[in-house]
Design a protein around this ligand. Structure first.
Ligand code: AP5
Length: 584
């Protein structure tokens, strides 16, 4: 996974767009409507991009590079170790697929030399076939050369099977090569032998198979599989012995970054643990990198006291910036159907109608940041739906359009030029609009927003459409009017929007206190599950306890928190029920 974290002039300007509003801490939503302060980024934009009317080039969207400063976190450096057949190569395949690291396997490099008949290969062959270690000077030179190549520096590396002796570990120390993590795969001896003897390699793809555990996918592959000459029971035992003799010295060299992994489980299960460990390092690094950048110097992980509303200006700014960065990254990657789900008390108008002001403030921060890039943004709030006595609008959106009109959009001409307000529907899409931000589109009892939404996305084509806190699930409709489209199609359509930002607090069933944790996903990174812990000094903090490539299920979250099996969790009070209700 690319470890790219973005910070940009947008963020400083969006931060200023938030912080320069005369927001009163006691009532964050209303004073912003009257703020007379002009925004620094408005004048910036005029200086850099436009004079009177901006020129719109095409519907394709790109973030102007001059305005984005990329701070690329340092790439991952991983060592993987373990006895012969502990599954190093198998895990490496999966790690490379997921994290894009450069895989440096001394075994593979040596086998390549052997099959090419090079001098090194000729020298190494004898040692390898007998299961002993190839002389240090050969292997060290090979690894040092490979590590110094540009791709390894840029993408990070995954060192497999090296170092394997104390001298090799020392050579790395001299080169100042240190891993972020040293993964030690542990498997009982008898399993190792069975794995080695049953191992087969595909000479075409390099993929590792096992005649029983991981058989080939087709007869064609099966026919071309080869067995390694050192995979006989006798040689495996010799290799295992050599491994045991050397492992102590290696392990002690990396004990500070070593993580032991029970690798006597299916490869997918082992990988789930491995990738969580690597993601955590990436995440910490991303946070550090962001911390180092001027616009993020106040970043402090997830803010605390999130149940206390109104939130401070800093906390609001944190979330606006977090959402903005994820949205920019997603659009930059070419995504055009985006969904932001952020559920904190401050942004939940169902708890307190004044919170709609904060939601609008978020929308404003996003819209103004995109206008900084010269984009014309249409901010859309659904209008009344239905006919006659059934006409109406969801309560939480009542008055939203008016609030948007009265808000401070910076320079007088911003609203109406760079930012336009509209409703939701195909007719709302104009040629000059570059992107659309839709405020909490939702179904109302008896009325379905999806038809209008679909007409709008059809008209928008490839232009980004961003849904902020949509609620597209079915609502009961006695009139049946909601059934404008088949249920399946409606749900399918809702799924065409990719989550680019998710944040929600986790509580026990039926309560809003205490907060037990949080789930966060900021594109393109993984879902991060945090536990809220109270420190000795009484302060609270959020600690990452697990990460996931897909939105975790209630079972996964439950397991991560309690370590209990699903059955046990079901029996326990509150927790399971809560997670089911919130996350399903
Ligand atoms: P090398 O190729 O590195 O061999 P090794 O360390 O003995 O490790 P293996 O490749 O045998 O096993 P693996 O842990 O990668 O397991 P795999 O994923 O394939 O080195 C070969 C030789 O080169 C050495 O003996 C030495 O001579 C020389 N050499 C290399 N590096 C050197 C160095 N630094 N210094 C000096 N000499 C060096 O899995 C094994 C099997 O198990 C497969 O069939 C797989 O499908 C299966 N499997 C994997 N995971 C699972 C799982 N979770 N559950 C069930 N089955 C699994």
């Amino acid at each position: 996974m690319a470890s790219l974290s973005l910070s940009s002039a947008h963020f400083s300007s969006s931060r200023s767009s938030v912080s320069t509003s005369s927001l009163s801490p006691s009532s964050p939503s209303l004073p912003l409507l009257r703020s007379p302060i002009r925004h620094r980024h408005r004048s910036l934009r005029r200086l850099t991009s436009f004079s009177v009317v901006p020129h719109r080039t095409s519907h394709s969207f790109s973030i102007c590079n001059s305005q984005i400063r990329c701070s690329v976190a340092e790439p991952l450096k991983v060592m993987i170790s373990g006895a012969p057949a502990s599954g190093k190569g198998t895990q490496c395949e999966l790690i490379v697929q997921k994290f894009g690291l450069v895989h440096i396997s001394t075994g593979d490099l040596l086998r390549a030399e052997v099959s090419s008949g090079t001098d090194i290969g000729k020298r190494a062959k004898e040692f390898m076939n007998s299961g002993s270690l190839v002389p240090d000077e050969i292997v060290i030179a090979m690894v040092a050369g490979r590590l110094s190549r540009e791709d390894a520096k840029e993408r990070g590396w995954l060192l497999d099977g090296f170092p394997r002796s104390f001298a090799q570990a020392q050579s790395l120390e001299k080169l100042n090569v240190k891993p972020d993590i040293f993964l030690l795969l542990e498997v009982p001896d008898e399993t190792l032998i069975e794995r080695c003897v049953g191992r087969r390699l595909d000479p075409v793809t390099g993929k590792i198979y096992h005649i029983k555990n991981y058989p080939p996918e087709s007869d064609e592959i099966k026919e071309r599989l080869v067995t390694r000459p050192d995979d006989t029971e006798e040689k495996v035992k010799a290799r295992l012995q050599i491994y045991k003799e050397n492992s102590e010295a290696i392990i002690s060299a990396y004990s500070d970054v070593m993580v032991k992994i029970d690798a006597n489980r299916p490869k997918e299960v082992v990988f789930e643990e491995t990738q969580t460990l690597l993601s955590q390092i990436q995440l910490k690094r991303m946070i550090k990198t962001d911390k180092a950048s001027p616009v993020q110097d106040k970043w402090r992980g997830i803010p605390t006291k999130l149940n206390n509303i109104p939130h401070s200006r800093d906390i609001r700014a944190y979330f606006y910036e977090d959402v903005l960065q994820a949205t920019i990254r997603s659009i930059k990657d070419g995504n055009s159907r985006l969904r932001v789900d952020i559920n904190i008390p401050e942004l939940n108008p169902e708890m307190d109608v004044y919170r709609i002001g904060t939601l609008m403030e978020l929308v404003r921060a996003l819209a103004l940041s995109f206008t900084d890039d010269g984009k014309r943004v249409k901010v859309c709030v659904q209008g009344s739906m239905g006919e006659g006595a059934l006409a109406g609008m969801p309560l939480q959106l009542a008055g939203t359009r008016k609030i948007l009109e009265y808000m401070d959009w910076g320079d007088d001409e911003t609203l109406g030029t760079f930012v336009k307000l509209g409703a939701i529907g195909g007719k709302e899409v104009d040629e000059e609009d570059d992107m659309f931000i839709l405020v909490a589109p939702q179904n109302a009892v008896g009325n379905c927003i999806i038809d209008d939404l679909q007409a709008m996305t059809n008209a928008a084509g490839k232009r980004p459409v961003i849904l902020i806190n949509p609620r597209l699930k079915d609502l009961p409709a006695s009139s049946g009017i909601m059934q404008t489209m088949g249920r399946e199609q409606r749900l399918e359509y809702a799924l065409t929007f990719d989550n680019c930002y998710v944040f929600r607090l986790l509580y026990y069933l039926g309560t809003q206190y205490p907060i037990i944790g949080a789930l966060r996903m900021a594109y393109p990174y993984r879902y991060e599950l945090y536990k809220r812990v109270t420190e000795e000094n009484g302060k609270e903090k959020y600690v990452v306890i697990s990460t996931y490539s897909e939105r975790p299920t209630p079972e996964q979250i439950n397991d991560a928190f309690s370590g209990k099996s699903r059955e046990q969790s079901k029996k326990s009070s509150g927790f399971w029920g809560f997670l089911s209700s919130v996350l399903s």
